[in-house]
Design a protein around this ligand. Structure first.
Ligand SMILES: C[S@@+](CC[C@H](N)C(=O)[O-])C[C@H]1O[C@@H](n2cnc3c(N)ncnc32)[C@H](O)[C@@H]1O
Length: 285
C-alpha cells in the first residue's frame, strides 16, 4: 500500500529534466478541457488514440490510478520512443504503448470502457474509419471523448490571408484556402461523426482561447506554427507566387497588429462525449 514512499524522485537525476518540460502549450489547452470534464471511474480499461509523446495518456492513467489499465496507440514511431522513456521514468506499469493505426486497431471487439483522443480527429486520414473502430472496440456503454479545434480556428489569420489572395485574382488559391479552413469540423459534424458510428452524444462543451503575438512576423516564425500549420498555408499557392504572397501576408498581419496593439488569433475548442449504444440525454456546456 505504501509503494510510493519507496519511489523517491530526485530532481538531480538527468532523466527527470529530460521528461519535465514536455507538453506543448497547444496540446495543454485541449488536454485541460478534457481532464477537467471527463468523469473519473475506477477499474476501467481505457484507450488513447493518437497519444503523441504521451498526452493525455499518462496524465489520465495517473489521475485514474492503478485500478485502471490504459493503452495508447499512435502511428508516430519516434514520439512513441519518447513516450516509452517517460513511462519508465514515471513508473507506469498500467500503461501499454502500441504502434498502430486508429483505423485498424489490434484489439478484440468490446475491449474498452473509455476511449479518448486529444487533437486526433483533425489528423486522422480517415476519421470515420477510426470512429468505426472505436465503436467496435468499445464495450456497450463505454464513453468516447474527443477534444479538437474546430472551424473558426485562427479566423483572424484566415481573413487576412483571404484578402491577400483576392488581390492575386486566382480562384484556385481561394478554393484551396477554403478547403484548408474547412478540413476542421464543426460541432455538428463532429457530433454527426460519433452518432454515425454508433455513439450517442451525451455531453458537448465549447470553449475558446487566444494565441497572442506581437505581430505577424512573430506568428510566422513561431516554431509551433512552422511545425503544425505553415506547410498547409504554403500549399495554398504555387511555388512561384509563394514569396510574394507571404511577404504581403506578413505586411498585412503586421498592419492589423499595429492597429490592434497585438495579433490575437481565436482557437475554438470542442469537447464531445459519446456513449456506445447509450440512451442518455444530452447535456450542453
Ligand atoms: C496533434 S497530435 C496530438 C498528440 C497528443 N494527443 C497531444 O495532445 O499532444 C495528433 C496525433 O495523432 C497521431 N495520428 C495521426 N493519424 C493517426 C492514426 N491513423 N492512428 C493513430 N494515431 C494517429 C499523430 O501521430 C499524432 O501523434
Amino acid at each position: 500500500m505504501t509503494d510510493y514512499l519507496a519511489q523517491k524522485v530526485h530532481f538531480t537525476h538527468p532523466d527527470i529534466a529530460n521528461v519535465f518540460d514536455e507538453l506543448s502549450l497547444w496540446s495543454s489547452h485541449f488536454g485541460r478541457l478534457l481532464l477537467e470534464n471527463i468523469e473519473l471511474m475506477g477499474g476501467i480499461s481505457a484507450l488513447d488514440i493518437g497519444f503523441g509523446t504521451g498526452f493525455p495518456l499518462f496524465e489520465l492513467a495517473q489521475a485514474h490510478g492503478r485500478s485502471c489499465q490504459f493503452t495508447g496507440v499512435d502511428v508516430w514511431k519516434s514520439a512513441m520512443d519518447r513516450a516509452a522513456i517517460k513511462r519508465r521514468v514515471y513508473g507506469l506499469d498500467n500503461v501499454g504503448l502500441v504502434h498502430a493505426d486508429g483505423a485498424h486497431l489490434p484489439f478484440a471487439d468490446r475491449s474498452f470502457d473509455l476511449i479518448v483522443s486529444n487533437l486526433g480527429i483533425n489528423n486522422f486520414d480517415n476519421a470515420r474509419a477510426v470512429m468505426a473502430e472505436c465503436a467496435r472496440v468499445a464495450k456497450l456503454g463505454a464513453r468516447l471523448v474527443i477534444t479538437t479545434n474546430i472551424k473558426g480556428h485562427m479566423r483572424e489569420f484566415y481573413d487576412v490571408y483571404r484578402q491577400v489572395l483576392e488581390g492575386f485574382g486566382k480562384q484556385e488559391y481561394l478554393e484551396r484556402l477554403a478547403a484548408n479552413e474547412d478540413h476542421r469540423g464543426t460541432k455538428e459534424s463532429v457530433c454527426g461523426l460519433l452518432e454515425g458510428t454508433g455513439f450517442k452524444v451525451v455531453k458537448v462543451i465549447e470553449r475558446d482561447f487566444a494565441m497572442r503575438y506581437l505581430d505577424g512576423s512573430a506568428l510566422l516564425r513561431h516554431f509551433f506554427v512552422r511545425l503544425g500549420f505553415l506547410d498547409a498555408w504554403r500549399a495554398v499557392v504555387t511555388p512561384e507566387d509563394e514569396r510574394a504572397v507571404f511577404a504581403q501576408l506578413e505586411r498585412r498581419l503586421n498592419a492589423l497588429a499595429e492597429r490592434q496593439g497585438e495579433l490575437k488569433l481565436t482557437i475554438p475548442m470542442l469537447y464531445v462525449e459519446g456513449k456506445c449504444g447509450s440512451k442518455h440525454s444530452m447535456e450542453l456546456g
